[in-house]
Design a protein around this ligand. Structure first.
Ligand SMILES: CCCCC/C=C\C/C=C\C/C=C\C/C=C\C/C=C/C(=O)SCCNC(=O)CCNC(=O)[C@H](O)C(C)(C)COP(=O)(O)OP(=O)(O)OC[C@H]1O[C@@H](n2cnc3c(N)ncnc32)[C@H](O)[C@@H]1OP(=O)(O)O
Ligand SMILES: Cc1cc2nc3c(=O)[nH]c(=O)nc-3n(C[C@H](O)[C@H](O)[C@H](O)COP(=O)(O)OP(=O)(O)OC[C@H]3O[C@@H](n4cnc5c(N)ncnc54)[C@H](O)[C@@H]3O)c2cc1C
Length: 701
């Protein structure tokens, strides 16, 4: 068969796929094309779904947090999925300008729905999540408004919040500069008070002081909360936030003295390029004095600095809030990737066929299970720790409102540490899911490349993950150094039992012995306590503590990871102590909890062995138990990912389709690629044909 034969065959097949729901067997001799009978509307995963040992509807509620939360999220997911305005499959093929315009259109359509349907703020949040396209609205609602809420005075909130909440102004969070991101105290933008005019003069004195990265700044925002060095009477008084108008509210042109634009393309096709991360410079731009956010410090008309009794660290409060939301988002991104990889692993078959029978589903290979099921368990673990962190944040917020600042350091350490732990694991987990899907995982239509590209900056934004773990380390070192006279509370309460945690060793004697929450928690507590104490002992050898901290920072990061993993494990176990209704739901979650804990124990067994808490035999028993647990997860795997309740629209993946109808849909999608609009590629006559027709002068070639 020649080229035209192949082309005829493929075009015919593509037409059948497009216009028929019943696809009949198509056989192309000599081309290995043997597409089995395929019915649209058939659930190819129904046999898997019949294996479930728990009530899926009840698990959906356990995942969502409550029946109300489930219903709300389900309603918003369907609203988006059924609205053609939110189509996203062409996104990776759009050029940057089209991409941004498309995102602006979707954001406008989303806002119209919010207004027309009178959605609550909670509903609107879920709507934006399911629209699934990073946009300026994320920063407007996620950082600009929270910054004003957290750092503004009552008067300032009264003035700015109604404007922002009605979207009569659009704001972003402009902290990072070209020269400084992690080191906030090193920012160079200045806000100099002019007592003559009662104004601040915003200025970018150097190239490196240019604001660089803020999402929504590049093209959309009219305003920003700008972080700058406060200078009053020629003296520096720390970094503070200022509300600055950047663009005209009439024609959106930059105001005098403001230079603003987009910083350019980022990693991946589509992906985070829907966001207009921006650059901003000020040339002596004047703003009224009352546009400095003044909850923490005030500048009076006379140019006096007044400190309220609120701690200075509250200026960093927006980051605490966003880090907490990022932990919740980690479980969403990881569960999404795991859902795709799990469904596809049940559809995909390789090897093992006997007498022409079906080959083995790749999900039945123990290696596949040992890579996939810990990710599945982690998605659940992150979901529950995210729920707990939300509670912790709400509690801190209420305390702050009542001028109780005692739990702020712990909230900072927990949000920083868990943000770091969950985003690093999720970024690696999405890439692992791509590999678990073999070659097809590399196709954009698998949904995984774009999910990965969108997700990985989470390891950097809202604080580089290593920098954040070093903050946890400072908190741990301080806790250890105060043990003699201050009782540790909250997530460090276990340090109060440091003597026994240092002395007692693991008592587990059998693989079954590891199915004991007490044994698991004690193992993680002992490892974390021993690593933190060891760092403390090492630090004590240095005369200069800062020098010691810098020298030991790699070990300190490992101690912080051990502490954060302990938090996730114990919050999962605490969750299971609650009433969780539904047949088999709690038992299935218990299996996942042990998978999560024993997988970590196996992966980090070096720590557990080196600290002397475990013997090699006990570590090996944990691994034996892990294998048994994988067999328990196997029958429930598909329904555990169904319990995330993701629509096919949100998943955005042919491999992860609910009905498992993967191959015909992959085939169909290939023919929709613009390259296949014509049989002869554009450029053939200019660049390919001349080569084919060339008359070679050197006979040897
Ligand atoms: C396919 C489509 C997918 C669609 C997806 C759709 C939607 C997405 C949804 C949501 C989007 C979510 C996010 C949006 C994305 C990106 C937004 C990104 C925004 C940003 O990145 S904003 C910039 C963030 N920048 C940082 O995080 C900087 C990191 N640096 C710092 O935080 C600090 O400078 C530091 C490193 C922690 C401290 O440095 P240091 O110089 O030592 O500190 P000091 O300033 O001297 O203070 C030390 C003192 O303060 C305590 N401290 C520090 N931070 C805090 C805090 N946050 N809260 C409370 N206390 C804090 C610290 O403990 C010290 O206390 P002491 O008692 O020891 O003195
Ligand atoms: C997609 C995206 C969106 C963003 N959105 C915003 C936004 O809306 N608003 C905003 O203000 N900013 C935003 N940012 C900026 C972001 O917050 C910073 O990039 C982030 O805080 C990291 O800072 P940095 O770039 O200065 O990294 P750097 O600090 O320069 O990090 C470089 C390397 O140095 C290491 N390092 C740095 N300090 C230390 C240390 N003390 N000890 C050991 N190692 C160290 C880091 O681990 C890293 O490996 C965004 C960034 C991205 C990628």
């Amino acid at each position: 068969m020649g080229l035209s034969g192949i082309s005829l065959l493929t075009t015919t097949y593509s037409l059948i796929l497009q216009h028929q729901s019943l696809l009949l067997c198509l056989r192309a001799k000599g081309f290995g094309l043997d597409l089995k009978k395929d019915m649209e509307g058939v659930d190819y995963l129904s046999d898997e779904r019949k294996k479930a040992q728990f009530d899926v509807e009840a698990m959906k509620i356990a995942w969502a947090g409550s029946l109300e939360a489930f219903q709300l999220s389900d309603r918003m997911a369907k609203l988006v999925a059924n609205d053609p305005a939110f189509e996203k499959f062409t996104r990776p093929m759009l050029g940057r300008k089209e991409l941004i315009k498309n995102t602006l259109r979707k954001a406008a359509h989303g806002w119209k729905l919010i207004v027309d349907l009178r959605l609550t703020e909670e509903e609107a949040k879920w709507l934006r999540l399911y629209i699934d396209e990073p946009a300026y609205t994320d920063l407007h609602w996620g950082m600009f408004i929270p910054a004003i809420e957290g750092q503004g005075t009552e008067e300032q909130k009264k003035k700015w919040l109604p404007l922002a909440k009605k979207m009569q102004i659009i704001g972003c969070y402009a902290q990072t500069e070209l020269g400084h991101g992690s080191n906030v105290q090193g920012l160079e933008t200045t806000a100099t008070f002019d007592p003559q005019t009662d104004e601040f003069i915003m200025h970018s004195p150097t190239l490196t002081s240019s604001k660089w990265w803020p999402g929504g700044l590049g093209k959309a925002s009219t305003h920003a909360v700008v972080y700058a060095r406060l200078i009053v009477g020629g003296e520096f008084h720390g970094v503070h936030g200022f509300i600055v108008q950047l663009r005209s509210l009439d024609d959106h042109s930059p105001l005098p003295g403001v230079t603003v634009g987009d910083i350019g393309m980022k990693f991946g096709n589509g992906a985070y390029n829907t966001m207009d991360n921006g650059v901003l410079r000020f040339d002596h731009v004047r703003i009224p004095r009352d546009q400095m956010l003044m909850r923490v410090s005030q500048v009076t008309r006379e140019g006096k600095i007044m400190q309220s009794d609120v701690p200075r660290q509250l200026i960093y409060g927006t980051m605490v809030y966003v880090r907490q939301t990022i932990v919740a988002d980690a479980s969403k991104a990881l569960s999404r990737a795991v859902c795709i990889a799990t469904r596809y692993s049940a559809i995909r078959r390789q090897f093992g066929s006997r007498n022409g029978g079906p080959e083995t589903q790749v999900i039945d290979y123990k290696t596949q299970q040992s890579r996939l099921f810990p990710l599945l368990a982690s998605a659940y673990a992150f979901r529950f720790v995210g729920e707990w962190l939300k509670w912790l944040y709400t509690d801190v917020k209420e305390r702050l409102a009542a001028n109780d600042f005692s739990t702020l350091p712990e909230a900072h350490a927990c949000t920083a540490g868990l943000k770091s732990l969950t985003t690093s694991f999720t970024a690696d987990g999405i890439e692992e899911c791509r590999k678990l899907c073999g070659g097809h995982g590399y196709l954009v239509s698998s949904g995984l490349p774009e999910l990965f590209a969108v997700y990985i900056p989470a390891c950097t934004y809202e604080g580089d993950n290593v920098v954040l773990l070093l903050q946890v380390a400072r908190f741990l070192v301080k806790t250890v150094s105060e043990l003699g006279y201050k009782k540790p509370v909250g997530t460090t309460a276990y340090m109060g039992r440091v003597a026994s945690l240092m002395q007692n060793n693991c008592a587990v004697q059998t693989a079954e012995g590891w199915l004991n929450p007490g044994a698991v928690v004690e193992a993680f507590e002992s490892r974390a306590a021993r690593m933190a104490v060891r760092c403390g002992q090492q630090l004590a050898k240095y005369e200069n503590p800062e020098e010691g901290f810098a020298e030991l920072s790699a070990d300190l990061v490992e101690a912080s990871i051990a502490h954060c993993q302990l938090i996730v494990v114990s919050k999962f176990i605490e969750k299971l102590q609650q009433d969780i209704p539904g047949k088999g739901v709690k038992q299935t979650l218990e299996v996942l909890c042990y998978v999560y804990a024993l997988f970590l124990l196996h992966k980090h067994q070096g720590d557990f062995l080196a600290t002397g808490y475990l013997t090699p035999k006990q570590a090996s028993l944990a691994n034996d138990q892990l294998r048994t647990l994988y067999s328990k997860v196997r029958p429930n795997a598909i329904t555990l990912v169904d319990s995330f309740n993701y629509t096919d629209h949100y998943l955005g993946s042919i491999l992860g389709r609910y009905d498992g109808n993967v191959y015909p849909k992959l085939y169909e999608a290939a023919w929709k690629d613009p390259l296949n609009d014509s049989d002869v590629v554009d450029g053939f006559y200019e660049y390919v044909q001349p080569i084919l027709k060339q008359k070679l002068r050197t006979a040897k070639l």
